[in-house]
Design a protein around this ligand. Structure first.
Ligand code: NAX
Length: 375
């Protein structure tokens, strides 16, 4: 059995707490891959990190886990790393300007890039989760020049999964509704609840921010063996339509959600408002899906034959996004460490317009980090 060296930064944080069990149970890289896990955090979090390591020991995980190292030493954590999951970042504090947050996290990503360059395997596969995720990828790649840009990705899968979850919720609600007065209920029609494998064509494009573009124009559901356009199943074209839902600078207030796109953009804030903590379980699950689709054999992969949203380099993209950025696109993954831009996606005019605004934001973030890091 091969042993995969996996580093998780921000190892004492809340997403890591939900992610480690998924890795240790073989649900990310597959049951046939042994994992040596390195949890990295900063010295102020060393005690909490030690507590996580104790819990890993106490959990008697399967033989998939070849060992766990809890450390604040980047050289140890990244030594020979073949997969890097970068959760560690600076949280936004009250009164902090967006530019300050971007700058603080850019410094962290610079360090992570240097550590990857010096210590990691040169074919290391990276997923950046810490925000601003796509711009962090840019910083990372410029400080890890030996690493192919195609090996660096960022998480937009949580946005994608939120979108698919909402689509399924609406579709199942429509399908289970009585056909007409006295027409019987779902059970009487032999209705089958749709699951994630019964949806295709969803994609969240652009930045991982409120400017993201959750475009549902190509979404179809698998009903009785045939793919059917979403609007025929859900019925409410207004709810699916991007033009009813324009990005609003990060504020989505309860009761003001007018459509799917706005609900997807506002989901993180809604979870935070309800839980008083940001999304962690769903974020960990999205990271697991992102990595298993990209790196694990089809038997483990969550979406072996479907395009998924993934933040990747814009170099060579067929959608007209300028090169030199990282951006969320629809991609196909082979489970072998490769990915390709998905074919057959044509953005409608409104989605194009909103994507342009998201790209403008990515460019602005790029210039903020370039200025701050003097590059
Ligand atoms: P937490 O604040 O719970 O954990 C972050 C951890 O990172 C802390 O333990 C902190 O000590 C550590 N850390 C800070 N600087 C570090 C450094 N230089 N090296 C190593 N560790 C360092 O955050 P959590 O909820 O786990 O979220 C982690 C990151 O994911 C945040 O930046 C968050 O904004 C981002 N998210 C991104 C998402 C995405 O879709 N791209 C969604 C989920 C999440 O909000």
């Amino acid at each position: 059995m091969a042993t995969l060296k996996v580093v998780v930064t921000g190892g004492a944080g809340q997403i890591a707490y939900s992610l480690v069990p998924l890795i240790a149970r073989g649900l990310v890289f597959g049951p046939g891959v042994r994992v040596h896990l390195r949890l990295l955090d900063i010295p102020p979090a060393a005690n909490a990190l030690e507590g996580v390591a104790m819990e890993v020991q106490d959990s008697l995980f399967s033989t998939v886990l070849d060992g766990v190292l809890a450390t604040t030493d980047e050289a140890q954590a990244f030594d020979g790393a073949q997969v890097a999951i970068l959760l560690g970042g600076f949280p936004r504090r009250p009164g902090m300007e967006r530019g300050d947050l971007i700058g603080k996290n850019a410094s962290i990503m610079k360090r992570m890039g240097e550590a990857l360059e010096r210590y990691a395997c040169h074919n290391c596969k990276v997923v950046v989760v810490a925000n601003p995720a796509p711009t962090n990828c840019l910083v990372l790649s410029s400080h890890a020049p030996s690493l192919s840009r195609r090996n660096i990705s960022c998480l937009s899968r949580l946005d994608h999964d939120r979108m698919v979850g909402m689509l399924l919720h609406e579709a199942n609600r429509s399908l289970s509704a009585p056909v007409s007065a006295g027409g019987g209920d779902a059970g009487a029609r032999g209705w089958r609840r749709l699951g994630p494998a019964d949806v295709r064509g969803a994609c969240v494009w652009g930045n991982h921010s409120n400017s993201q573009v959750p475009d549902a124009s190509a979404v179809e559901f698998l009903i009785d063996g045939s793919w059917v356009p979403a609007v025929s199943v859900i019925g409410d074209s207004g709810w699916l339509d991007l033009s009813t839902s324009t990005p609003q600078g990060g504020r989505v207030l309860e009761g003001e959600v007018s459509g799917l796109a706005e609900a997807v953009r506002g989901r993180g804030a809604a979870v935070l408002g309800a839980r008083k903590l940001s999304s962690a379980m769903s974020a960990a699950n999205a990271i697991a899906g992102h990595l298993s689709d990209w790196l694990a054999p089809a038997a483990v992969s969550v979406s072996p034959s479907q395009a998924v949203s993934m933040g990747v380099t814009s170099d060579g993209n067929p959608f007209g996004v300028p090169e030199g950025l990282f951006c969320s696109f629809p991609v196909h993954c082979g489970g072998d460490g490769e990915w390709a831009f998905a074919e057959g996606y044509r953005l409608p005019e409104e989605a194009e317009r909103q994507l342009e605004a998201s790209i403008a934001e990515l460019r602005e973030e790029k210039s903020i980090v370039s200025e701050m890091l003097g590059e």
